[in-house]
Design a binder for this molecule. Structure first.
Ligand SMILES: NC(=O)c1ccc[n+]([C@@H]2O[C@H](COP(=O)([O-])OP(=O)(O)OC[C@H]3O[C@@H](n4cnc5c(N)ncnc54)[C@H](O)[C@@H]3O)[C@@H](O)[C@H]2O)c1
Length: 424
């Protein structure tokens, strides 16, 4: 194993997680970013990150200092510390899809040499690193695990679009395949993570810690979503109830909402499948998933009900959706649950117009087949749904967009009092 001064890092997968991390590592170590998507590599080497996680200024500065990105595997061959940050999605049946991790492990197997370390960052269930990834690295490289090469796992906790909690400011869990490797991996991360690290006793503990963090969030949001459904029937405003309850010191401040993206809405399925493999059927985890996955359709049905109450003819009506990305102030549309609102409204033959100043219209069209407008339309609508709390919607005047008796539904409790008919 190498010493800290000899560490040369390659980050594999330059997305929302990999790029900020690679840029950060490049402030303390020689670092190369590798992504099999050459278009992504080209844009980064031109000094722009379309995910907006790393500013052009920081990226260009890193490149000036020697940081480079490549889509050619041979360019990372002389590295000795490989960090894997590729996606871990689920398939259409919600089963973990390890294809990107397998591909990245094969790539590592082709370049890893004696004494090197591979650290996985992707969110997985306990056991994936050692039982699924490492055997691939061993097979492709012909090297022996924990003799010729070593491994670690250090889950990422960044929150896309959050410019406050950036990667160096979030405490990082680290781990290694032996106590010495754990200490080395931890020391490497400690060089760049200002918030410090927590060295977990094993790779499996570190893997489990990450997957439960996100599952805990999912379950808590599912609970408040259930409360929202109950209070709505009772004519109570959920947000007002939550504000009152939050005055207790240990009440957890979760809000109802759509759970999209590729972390909170995906990771619990990894945990659930792992539990099932061990003969345990997880009830709470999957109930949370069912509740949260149904919220888009619920919102749409609430809007339709409100329209009917107002005497608006739903068939052929026009509804404006404000926001399409999976969360506010972020261009990421992956696994956005706003699409469920749109699909359900369309089942009622509603004409849906979508506005989002952050989403890339081309990606929205390609991935979801919907037209997303970047500029607010001038027409009037029978209903408006504030679906994502982008900062551009702060103080927005909805009146010029409202037709007679129009309904305003606020999914995010974002609009000022008296400007909406109902909120989630
Ligand atoms: N985005 C987040 O908020 C977040 C937060 C914490 C953890 N995570 C976890 O981090 C991991 C990465 O997520 P992300 O959001 O950065 O994904 P992403 O889709 O933004 O980026 C992944 C990148 O990996 C590349 N890639 C895929 N397979 C590859 C391969 N075989 N070789 C080289 N490059 C490959 C893709 O081209 C892409 O650029 C996931 O496991 C995710 O669950 C994500």
């Amino acid at each position: 194993m190498n010493r800290i001064e000899e560490t040369k890092i390659a980050v594999i997968g330059l997305g929302y997680v990999g790029l900020p991390l690679a840029r950060l590592f490049s402030t303390a170590f020689p670092t190369v970013g590798y992504d099999r998507n050459s278009q992504r590599v080209d844009e980064l080497m031109k000094g722009h990150d379309s995910t907006l996680e790393v500013s052009d200024e920081l990226l260009q500065d890193a490149i000036k200092r020697g940081f480079s990105c490549t889509s050619q595997l041979e360019h990372i061959k002389d590295c000795n510390f490989y960090v894997v940050a590729v996606p871990t999605p689920v398939d259409e049946n919600h089963n973990p899809d390890l294809t990107p991790l397998i591909g990245a492990s094969e790539a590592v197997g082709k370049v890893i040499a004696k004494g090197d370390v591979v650290v996985y960052e992707s969110t997985v269930y306990p056991g994936v690193t050692e039982d699924s990834c490492i055997p691939i690295v061993e097979e492709v490289s012909g090297l022996k695990f924990n003799k010729d090469f070593f491994a670690g796992y250090s889950p990422e906790r960044i929150n896309p679009g959050d410019k406050l909690h950036t990667v160096e400011k979030i405490k990082k869990v680290t781990s290694g395949s032996t106590p010495e490797v754990g200490a080395y991996v931890d020391a490497v991360y400690r060089m760049v993570i200002k918030a410090g690290t927590h060295l977990a006793p094993s790779i499996k503990v570190a893997e489990a810690a990450k997957v439960i963090e996100n599952s805990q969030r999912d379950i808590n949001i599912a609970f408040v979503n259930e409360l929202a459904k109950i209070f709505n029937r009772m004519g109570l405003d959920t947000n007002e109830v939550l504000v009152a309850a939050s005055t207790k010191w240990n009440f957890l401040p979760f809000k109802p909402g759509l759970v999209g993206g590729h972390c909170i809405g995906v990771d619990p399925y990894y945990l659930a499948q792992c539990a099932q493999r061990y003969g345990y059927n997880p009830e709470i985890i999957l109930a949370g998933r069912r509740m949260n996955d149904g919220m888009g359709a619920y919102v749409a049905e609430q809007v339709v009900k409100l329209m009917l109450k107002q005497g608006i003819q739903v068939l052929g009506s026009h509804v404006l959706i404000l926001g399409f990305t999976f969360k506010e102030n972020c261009p990421d549309v992956r696994n956005t649950k706003v699409i469920d609102i749109i699909k359900t409204l369309r089942e009622y033959n509603v004409n849906v117009t979508i506005h989002d100043p952050w989403a890339n219209p081309e990606i929205a069209q390609r991935e979801y087949g919907v037209e997303v407008k970047s500029v607010l339309p001038t027409a009037r609508f029978d209903a408006i749904v504030l679906a994502v709390a982008h900062k551009e919607y702060e103080g927005i005047d909805l009146v010029p967009l409202q037709a007679d008796k129009a309904v305003v539904y606020d999914v995010k409790s974002f609009l000022p009092p008296h400007s909406y008919d109902q909120r989630l």
